[in-house]
Ligand binder design. Structure first.
Ligand SMILES: Cc1cc2nc3c(=O)[nH]c(=O)nc-3n(C[C@H](O)[C@H](O)[C@H](O)COP(=O)(O)O)c2cc1C
Length: 205
């Protein structure tokens, strides 16, 4: 694994806006690892705390922290998976639903990122986007620290019985299950969109 994570800056510290060729090289090549192939070891408690601290350093309109984390690991994760598995037969495609559970059972550590909405003037859409940013930042931080990681939702993010087992309150949604562990397979580059075809230079008409 990579070295230790620098301590959190103090409030009001001046933070540099500076080029980081190493980060650019990392972004140009990083990939998610297949969740089913993640195995132990995963991050220990101190490493996980660092990971969450890095993941939480995201844009957040209104500084609301409209998200929270549920950690699943060890025997508790096994118990969670068992209770979720009991719901697989009632899914539209039980065979597929059961097969997907290997993404939940194989990796040693899972962080469920829960999107919550704080009442007030900041639109819900923006608060949900901040939760998505947390998921992606966690993916990046995990990979930068040498872990394999994958952002998954799957059916148990949407089945209300499953989200009740996870402990979600009214209005909360699963932004993602972030599966983290040791990658046993190196990912290959996947198809990427034609960014130029998705890009327009706006001009007045
Ligand atoms: C919100 C969200 C939910 C996803 N849910 C699933 C899922 O349920 N099952 C799945 O196989 N992939 C899912 N994916 C895709 C995986 O994260 C996939 O491995 C990833 O897109 C690979 O891209 P990358 O290597 O560029 O990170 C999801 C992605 C996002 C953004």
């Amino acid at each position: 694994m990579a070295g230790s994570v620098p301590p959190a800056p103090e409030f009001g510290d001046t933070l540099p806006v500076e080029a980081s060729p190493e980060v650019v090289a990392f972004l140009a090549r990083r990939r998610s690892a297949s969740a089913m192939t993640l195995t132990a070891p995963g991050p220990d408690d101190a490493q996980l705390a660092d990971l969450l601290r890095l993941a939480a350093r995201v844009p957040d309109h209104g500084k609301l922290a409209p998200w929270r984390f549920v950690i699943l690991k060890g025997a508790a994760k096994d118990a969670f998976a068992e209770r979720i598995a009991a719901l697989a037969d009632s899914q539209a495609n039980p065979t597929k639903a059961k097969a997907a559970l290997r993404k939940l059972t194989n990796p040693p550590v899972c962080v469920a990122v829960i999107s919550r909405v704080v009442p007030g003037e900041i639109p819900e859409w923006e608060q949900r986007q901040s939760a998505a940013a947390v998921c992606h930042q966690m993916l990046l931080a995990a990979a930068a620290l040498g872990w394999g990681a994958n952002w998954i939702t799957d059916w148990y993010s949407y089945d209300p019985r499953a989200t009740a087992i996870l402990g979600l309150a009214e209005g909360e949604q699963v932004a993602g299950f972030l599966y983290i562990g040791t990658a046993t397979e190196q990912p290959q580059e996947r198809v990427r969109p034609d960014v130029a075809a998705l890009t327009r230079l706006w001009s007045p008409t």
